[in-house]
Design a protein around this ligand. Structure first.
Ligand code: NAD
Ligand code: MG
Length: 386
């Protein structure tokens, strides 16, 4: 029986992961499930999968969680420390699907104590790529990509030499506002930015898709995960979201990865890797689909992509600043304190301010450096919001 843990179990990726686990429940022993305010879902899943421990990140919800798990023998714990403690419990496979920078620490802890880390939390690689990779190498752990584009690249690279790669291209739907005139974007509301044309995801990542900050994060993520320079990584608009990524090689061949827009494919690939097993995702009927379209990602419409290039060239801690500023800008937009196009302004102002200081390109980065840079960047980003 494989021991597994799911961090961020109550979210969109977490629930898709549990859906796959439920289909072969006898093959798995669930160690830890973690969540946030949705105690109801967390408790239900903990009971359904007979987890060893259920953890909420909110301390004040512990009594409620305890009540719901009373008599089941399942441990209930709460708080960031409890999440980190849950990550010290050995699992063969751990899903990292907490949203935001909060996913970094438990992911690192799992790498130090476990086998494979399936990484959906893209913020981890963007804020701390080199640290994550060195911890994995130092502890004989493995990181597998779960973001659909990176899973697609990873699959296109099986049996290939990374040195033969000329260009990795990840696709973007263009997000909720892709057909809006550029002049109107400044007036887009939270609701308008929260409806994705092709993927069903959590609210934060859906807004990040509309602003293309999600794609910007993914460019940096690809840079970190595959160790490729920014010149070899690109994004392209592909409205249908059926081609997830393309890998071009030195001999002119391009390997494209196609599949339904269903995260259970990428999650399932990481769960069963290196095997391919049956997955309950739709099959593409290309004759019916008829055509696939591609177009350039307009750098004026999507300033986030330009900022991602600056970050890849500036060095690892620039990613920490980028992610922190982007999270603040997104919080401010959701709280209706800034407009849609102000998000890029806040991130750019914060990056410029921190680029002007030294140290963003330092080597041998420790978790403390990342936490401190993240903290300073958030203060600076809130100043840019005001
Ligand atoms: P979500 O908002 O649906 O779920 C987030 C989960 O994290 C929930 O379980 C929530 O309780 C938990 N959480 C939130 N804040 C927390 C905190 N401070 N501490 C501990 N736990 C916390 O998000 P999602 O869409 O499932 O995305 C999860 C991660 O996967 C994100 O990093 C996202 O960028 C990435 N991702 C998502 C998709 C997708 O299709 N949803 C695709 C690719 C990558
Ligand atoms: Mg993605």
């Amino acid at each position: 029986m494989r021991k597994i843990s799911v961090f961020g179990a109550t979210g969109s990726i977490g629930q898709s992961t549990l859906d796959l686990i439920a289909r072969a429940a006898d093959d798995y022993h669930v160690v830890a499930l973690t969540g946030g305010a949705n105690i109801d879902q967390l408790a239900k899943d903990a009971i359904r999968f007979r987890a060893e421990v259920a953890v909420t990140c909110h301390d004040h919800l512990l009594p409620d969680l305890r009540d719901r798990l009373a008599g089941t023998g399942i441990e209930a714990t709460a708080g960031d420390h409890a999440i980190d403690e849950a990550a010290t419990r050995y699992a063969d496979w751990t899903m990292s699907a907490i949203v935001g920078a909060a996913g970094l620490r438990p992911g690192l802890t799992a790498l130090r104590h476990g086998g494979t880390l399936a990484l959906a939390n893209k913020e981890s690689l963007v804020t701390a790529g080199p640290l994550l990779k060195s911890e994995a190498a130092g502890h004989g752990a493995r990181i597998l990509p779960v973001d659909s584009e990176h899973s697609a690249v990873f699959q296109a690279l099986v049996g290939e030499d990374i040195g033969a790669v000329e260009k990795v291209t990840i696709t973007a739907s263009g997000g909720a506002l892709r057909d809006w005139p550029i002049e109107k974007l400044a007036s887009a509301t939270v609701e308008q930015a929260s409806t994705h044309p092709t993927w069903a995801m959590g609210q934060r990542i859906t807004i990040d898709s509309a602003s293309m900050f999600n794609k910007a994060m993914e460019l940096i993520e690809a840079h970190e995960f595959f160790g490729l320079p920014s010149t070899k990584i690109d994004a392209i608009i592909h409205r249908e979201s059926l081609v997830h990524a393309l890998v071009g090689f030195r001999d002119g061949a391009i390997m494209a990865h196609l599949g339904a827009s269903d995260m259970r494919h990428a999650i399932g690939y990481a769960l069963h890797w290196p095997e391919r097993l049956d997955l309950p995702v739709g099959r593409l009927d290309l004759a019916r689909i008829g055509s696939l379209t591609f177009s350039e990602a307009d750098p004026v419409r999507y300033p986030a992509l330009r900022l991602a290039r600056d970050v890849m060239e500036a060095g690892p801690l620039a990613g920490t600043v980028f992610n922190a500023a982007k999270e603040v800008a997104l919080d401010a937009f959701i709280a209706r304190r800034i407009g849609f196009t102000d998000m890029a302004r806040v991130v750019e102002t914060t990056l410029n301010k921190m680029f002007a200081q030294d140290g963003l390109a330092m080597d041998d980065i420790r978790l403390e450096d990342i936490i401190e840079t993240d903290r300073i960047a958030r203060v600076s980003a809130w100043e840019a919001v005001e």
